[in-house]
Design a protein around this ligand. Structure first.
Ligand code: GDP
Length: 696
């Protein structure tokens, strides 16, 4: 039995994967049909079913095709499908889920309707065939001609059905998922809406004074609140002013802002861009501007450090104007406030301006419903379990409310505000620490309070399953490898690109050339361009904006490499501009057909230098990721910039030559033709891998 099972497996044709259950052997099927195995084998071969003998196995998909073929061949010999216990019952799991029941009823509704048939989202190819009056095989063929490859049991999503409906007239009916049923709100009626406070993120170049400004604001607030209260760091805090409150996200910088946006959360209503008057527009200033623009969030400029001697306020304004941030006095629309965070000059005024700016946004929320919000930060606390700061954005959160956030459900056990006080109810635009999670959600995950714990659990289960699936399946971000297919299908009209280069001149050159590649079908958008290595923030921005990242003479940091893998971002690096442009051009034309692809296998960091007789200089290094392999390709990076490319010439551990060194070990590395190592240089070992050609 065992060996025949094995045989049967290999017999299954290579194109179709055998299904887990409900396979049937040819001889068993022959019995059902009341014919000899030999007759059935002959018949199946005639149908083109790839079987070897009577012990071969048919999977449900094949079975359904056979069933269709037999029906059309000898219609009178067969009862209607639903009476034959093969196609309908054997081919499927025995107990239909609620979903399947719903689908089964779909054709019936349709048969009664003489006008355009209705087809539910999620209908299988087979069911669609039935509705449209095609046999399963015919339906598969017709879809194939439209460029849709699907097997008989495959469910068709809304967009695909829409596309098919252009050719075969039917109406696609959207089927709400459990989440949609539970998590979709009725729109609020205007009288239920009340104004809510703006949520502000402070961004800007390092050392321009973001932290100082947050401190100055918090301090001004503490003095106003009751004496003795010390604010706790919970990721956000709110400031009470005469004309209203302002909420600040307490993690300055871009990573948090972009990480949230990468999860689809728009938390920030306003960005305060801090620019030091003595330093001006710097790379992270530009990055912040680009991030805020990409998120469509208005910017208020705070020119900081006006107290220092070298302050050049007008000069800074001019530089900012080049990025479309033009002060009102110059006829622009951007609010500029000249401050000193350190000397507490005009900090209060900045807050007032934020309130004014927020007024224009007419921010409103309905406090009288279940809470909706976003996770600002979350961690595992030794004593308290998972603690997450939730910014409630709509509705009111109460102790005891069941909830779902990201993949985890829970029930609010306790809430603690920024002053460390327990609280029972929290309304819109208020950050609060929440206890009662079953797992650690991610910053940016949406938070929903629900009526029922069971619903929360059900959504959590389905998200967990989806998460597992997504980790196995291909990522959903734009990728040069299948760019052309998406352009052809009309899914992609714009290609978002983040460009990082070693020097300013290259940035210009690369961006200019890329812009020229835009065609009528695809426009190339530079989301962000800058000098420097590819960082984790670049990857998060790419994830949030669905962009690819290209680097010229720069490489990703190790964190960025990990993030790119996790987020599924296509990162391409080049040392010849022509190659970069040519790759993107080819990808747009569908001509990119790499047979080999570079794969980074490890990284090491140089810790000391030593002279080796007859060899020159070797780098005493620590492998911090992957492994270093002797004679493989290696490149030397300094500040994430490419310095040299060559081969691993010698690889040693304790004076012994070794063929490879794994992560967390030290070793001596020599590079062919290179001796100019410096401490902290990164050695990146890589190889080339053959890419199996995809069948189209
Ligand atoms: P961040 O990296 O943007 O968070 O910048 P910090 O808030 O850490 O500030 C960097 C440095 O600038 C610190 O030494 C601050 O004391 C100083 N600094 C911040 N604001 C001012 C200011 O308004 N005037 C002066 N003179 N120094 C400031």
């Amino acid at each position: 039995m065992k060996s025949s099972q094995k045989n049967a497996k290999t017999d299954d044709n290579k194109k179709k994967r055998p299904q887990k259950s409900k396979n049937i052997r040819v001889y068993e099927l022959a019995k059902r049909y009341g014919m000899s195995s030999r007759e059935l084998v002959a018949e199946l071969r005639e149908f083109g079913v790839p079987i070897k003998n009577h012990m071969s196995t048919l999977n449900p998909e094949m079975l359904e095709l056979v069933e269709e073929e037999r029906k059309s061949k000898t219609p009178k010999l067969h009862a209607p499908t639903d009476k034959v216990p093969i196609a309908a019952e054997t081919a499927r799991d025995t107990t239909p889920t609620v979903e399947e029941k719903e689908h089964k009823s779909a054709p019936e509704q349709v048969e009664d309707t003489p006008s355009v048939p209705q087809v539910q989202e999620g209908t299988t190819v087979g069911q669609l065939g039935k509705i449209l009056g095609f046999k399963g095989t015919e339906m598969i063929m017709k879809l194939m001609k439209m460029g849709i490859m699907a097997n008989i049991n495959q469910r068709l999503d809304y967009d695909t059905l829409q596309e098919i409906s252009n050719q075969f007239k039917f109406e696609v009916v959207h089927k709400p998922t459990l989440e949609e049923k539970i998590l979709t709100d009725e729109p609020d009626s205007p009288q239920d809406l009340v104004p809510r406070s703006p949520v502000v993120t402070i961004m800007g170049h390092v050392n321009h004074g973001k932290t100082s400004l947050l401190d100055a604001i918090r301090e001004s607030n503490v003095m106003d609140t009751e004496a003795g209260n010390i604010t706790q760091h919970i990721g956000a805090y709110h400031v009470e002013l005469e004309n209203g409150d302002v909420v600040f996200l307490d993690t300055p910088g871009h990573a948090a802002f972009t990480a949230m946006r990468a999860r689809g959360a728009q938390v920030t209503d306003l960005v305060v861009l801090v620019v030091a008057a003595d330093d001006g527009v710097m790379p992270q200033t530009v990055e912040a501007i680009n991030h805020a623009k990409a998120a469509n969030v208005p910017i208020v400029v705070a020119i900081n450090k006006i107290d220092v001697d070298g302050a050049r306020i007008d000069y800074v304004k001019q530089r900012l104007a080049e990025h479309d941030l033009v002060p009102e006095e110059w006829g622009g629309q951007t609010v500029f406030v000249e401050i000193s965070a350190k000397e507490r000059i005009r900090v209060e005024f900045l807050l007032e301006m934020l309130l004014l700016e927020a007024e224009l946004l007419e921010l409103k929320a309905n406090p009288n419903k279940l809470a909706r919000g976003t996770i600002i930060e979350a961690e595992l606390d030794k004593g308290r379990g998972t603690v997450a700061t939730v910014l409630v954005q709509d509705g009111t959160l109460k102790v005891g409310d069941p909830f779902i956030a990201g993949r985890y459900s829970g029930k609010v056990r306790a809430m603690i505000n920024e002053l460390g006080q327990r609280t029972r109810e929290v309304g819109p635009s208020i950050p609060v620490e929440v206890l009662g999670f079953t797992g650690i959600p991610q910053a940016g995950d949406r938070f929903y309070a629900l009526h029922s714990e069971r619903d929360a659990k059900a959504i959590s289960d389905s998200r967990q399953a989806e998460h597992r699936q997504a980790r196995l399946g291909p990522n959903s971000h734009v990728n040069l490898d299948d760019l052309f297919d998406h352009i052809r299908e009309g899914d992609i009209k714009e290609l978002n690109v983040i460009v990082k280069c070693d020097v300013h001149g290259s940035v210009q050159a690369v961006c200019d050339s890329l812009r020229k590649l835009s065609t009528d079908e695809v426009k190339i958008n530079m989301i962000h361009q800058a000098v420097g290595g590819i960082t984790e923030t670049d990857i998060l921005l790419a994830s949030a904006s669905d962009a690819i990242v290209v680097g010229f003479n720069v490489r990703p940091t190790t964190e960025a490499m990990r993030a790119a893998e996790f987020e599924g971002i296509d990162v391409r690096t080049y040392s010849v501009i022509y190659d970069l442009i040519s790759d993107i051009h080819s990808a747009m034309e569908g001509l990119l057909d790499p047979e080999v692809r570079e794969v980074v296998i490890g990284r090491a960091v140089v810790r000391e230098l030593f002279k080796v007789p007859r060899m020159g200089t070797a780098a005493g290094s620590y492998v911090n990721w992957g492994r270093i392999v002797s004679h493989q390709h290696v490149r030397l990076l300094r500040d994430n910039r490419l310095v040299y490319e060559g081969r691993v010439d010698s690889l040693r551990r304790f004076k012994n030559d070794v063929s490879q060194v794994q992560a967390n070990y030290e070793c001596g590395i020599g590079i062919e033709g290179f001796a100019d190592f410096k401490i902290d240089d990164v050695l990146e070992c890589y190889t080339y891998e053959n890419i199996p050609r995809k069948l189209k």
